[in-house]
Design a protein around this ligand. Structure first.
Ligand code: OXD
Ligand code: MN
Length: 626
């Protein structure tokens, strides 16, 4: 018996050893054995996805105090530490083998040095704790999109969250060939006090892409710890780049058009910029809200949801603006709330439209109105990045294609960010390359509470995937161009902006207006409305929007709304092109020449329009195009 088997046999009980050995994959055996050697758990639990095992995980999360039951029997709450409330971009680092570089935008360190530090942090981290080993599949099972994934963690909350969010993969792993490629994730919460990680100053995420492995330590916040979410995305982007497909930070939904027609759209918005509320909009059906894989299948671009659940931002979810999400959270559908305020077993959050209680329990412990933190700042009742975790099954708006092995045909790709002063609410690109360059590669967005650090700072966010990019940016853009160009009839590309403000700083679109933008895009995909040609793309006609506002929102859309929302803001657009060009000229290698020529052409068109019409151009000056 080799060394791996000796370690496994001596560390696992008979039942757990049998469960592990039923999986023939040698990478898995090795990974578990190495993790045991490194983390020194007291016990190891291998989850076989049976009801008994998954229920054990949920119950233990509660028994250990990682979660607490709420008034609704199927709901629990979890709290992360005061300083562990968001993704830690600064300490998420690629381990780069000697002689390689990922370019200036990505945090990276020498692989050998990084691995040593990571292992030092994880050494002995599970003493007195139980190690949980779980198997999942990213994308539908038994499909060309499937990626098998093994997650090791010492957190029952992480294991329980993954239960709701990912397709269970134990049986899938049992059928896998012995040597198949597997993504591997190892997480430890480190030292705990009252079930909360206390060593957050020494937390980190290390991505060892050479070994398809991601390590995460001294943190509990799901965005840093649930391996299948943003940690596996980084490995998937590399795999996609090697194999000629795309791994994206995108929702996937069906917009329902006339006569029951469904048009599938994917949309890339940075964290906290409306992916979930878009994909859960009334009248549409959701496939996924956060991660999509796009591949060419039978010559067409098709996509799947990588996940089967939602880890959604709860702030501002209220009955009026997000009726579908609201109803789910009030129902008996299982939910893990995180970092909300609990009063008498009921969760509250910022912007929920209710009278907030004056006291309760939140991420700071016992909370009361006016409570201050160590630096004298008032602690809000709930964190701005408070979340809910749910499985998609059982939602009345779930699209029936969630598990289709060939995915769904993508009719449109949408890019959007938190942009207060530049883009119009919706426009279509002239073609695939124009959309990829001026919308995807040029995306900027204000930072949000989903990452640590100040919110509201304008950041370069190409494709909304910047935080997760694991290949040089220039190569990533070339991959996008090639992906669509080599396809007959690629999806249409659109840019949206839900965050445009007037000169007084007020939003000039309502939250539900996105429903109209989606319906307009749906009609454009099928060539059923014409558009007008602006310098930056194709814009909707007033009459079409007015009709759609009446039909879908029962709202009177005025010419005044139209003129302010759809004016071309030339100085802002030119400044944006300058900023984007600078980003690509400084320190990004292998940028396709097409990027610079399309941006230059865009600038020329804007300057020509400015000479004719001035700085702010109303949409009424443009001509029709079909
Ligand atoms: C998320 C994120 O939680 O992007 O989805 O931060
Ligand atoms: Mn996300």
């Amino acid at each position: 018996m080799n060394e791996v088997m000796t370690i496994l046999e001596s560390s696992l009980t008979d039942a757990n050893f049998r469960k592990l050995l039923a999986i023939p994959n040698r990478h898995v055996h090795e990974f578990v054995a190495n993790a045991i050697e490194l983390c020194e758990p007291m016990k190891v639990f291998v989850c076989d996805d049976s009801e008994m095992d998954t229920e054990y995980i949920r119950r233990t999360a509660i028994a250990r105090g990682e979660e607490t039951e709420l008034a609704v029997r199927t709901h629990t709450v979890h709290f992360d530490g005061m300083f562990d409330q968001a993704r830690d971009r600064e300490h998420t680092i690629y381990l780069v083998p000697k002689g390689e570089t990922l370019g200036k935008h990505l945090m990276q360190t020498d692989r050998e040095r990084g691995l040593k530090l990571t292992k030092d942090r994880l050494r002995g981290s599970m003493r007195n704790k139980k190690m949980i080993v779980r198997f999942f599949c990213l994308g539908p099972i038994d499909s060309v999109f499937s990626i098998p994934c093994v997650q090791i963690t010492d957190s029952f909350y992480v294991a329980h969250s993954a239960d709701l969010l990912y397709r269970h993969g134990y049986n899938f792993f049992r059928r896998l060939p012995e040597d198949s490629e597997v993504f591997r994730m190892l997480h430890s919460s480190g030292k705990l006090m009252h079930s909360v990680s206390i060593d957050w100053k020494r937390r980190g995420v290390a991505i060892d892409y050479r070994e398809n492995t991601v390590y995460s330590y001294n943190t509990q916040y799901a965005g840093n710890t649930i391996g299948l979410k943003k940690l596996a995305l980084r490995l998937a982007i590399r795999k996609a780049s090697r194999e000629g497909w795309l791994a994206e930070h995108m929702f996937l939904m069906a917009v329902h058009g006339p006569n029951g027609r469904k048009t599938y759209m994917t949309g890339a918005f940075p964290s906290g910029c409306g992916k979930t509320s878009t994909s859960m909009i009334p009248g549409a059906t959701i496939v996924g809200d956060d991660l999509a894989y796009l591949r060419k299948v039978y010559g067409k671009i098709r996509a799947v949801n990588v996940e089967k659940g939602i880890f959604g931002i709860i702030r501002s979810v209220n009955e009026k603006d997000d009726p579908v999400i609201w109803d789910v959270l009030q129902s008996e559908h299982p939910v893990i709330f995180s970092n909300v305020l609990i009063n008498d077993g009921v969760p509250y959050w910022i912007g929920d439209g209710r009278e907030p209680p004056k006291r309760g329990i939140n991420f700071s412990g016992e909370w009361f109105e006016g409570k201050k933190d160590e630096s004298g700042e008032e602690i809000p009742p709930a964190h701005k990045n408070a979340r809910y975790t749910i499985a998609l099954d059982g939602l009345s708006n779930l699209d029936e294609t969630l598990d289709d092995v060939d995915g769904v045909k993508v009719g449109a790709v949408i890019y959007g960010g938190r942009d207060t002063d530049t883009w119009v609410p919706v426009q279509e690109s002239f073609d695939w390359a124009h959309g990829v360059i001026t919308m995807g590669a040029s995306l900027e967005s204000e930072s949000t509470a989903a990452t640590l650090g100040p919110s509201g700072v304008r950041l370069f966010q190409p494709f909304s995937n910047m935080d997760f990019l694991s290949i040089p940016l220039g190569r990533y853009i070339s991959n996008h161009l090639r992906f669509g160009e080599a396809t007959e009839a690629p999806p249409k590309v659109f840019g949206v902006n839900y965050f445009l403000k007037d000169s007084n700083g007020n939003f000039i679109t309502d939250k539900l207006d996105k429903r109209v933008w989606l319906q307009w895009m749906e009609l454009r995909v099928h060539g059923e409305v014409s558009a007008m040609k602006a310098p930056t793309g194709l814009l909707p006609w007033f009459d079409d929007l007015q009709r759609l506002f009446r039909r879908y929102l029962n709202k009177e859309y005025t010419m005044e709304d139209y003129l302010t929302q759809f004016e071309t803001r030339v100085p802002e657009l030119i400044s944006k092109i300058n900023r984007i060009e600078n980003e690509y000229r400084e320190g990004v290698t292998d940028v396709p020449a097409l990027l610079f020529s399309i941006l230059e052409e865009q600038r020329e068109m804007l300057l020509a329009a400015q000479r004719e019409h001035g700085d702010c151009i109303p949409p009424t000056v443009y001509d029709e195009i079909h």
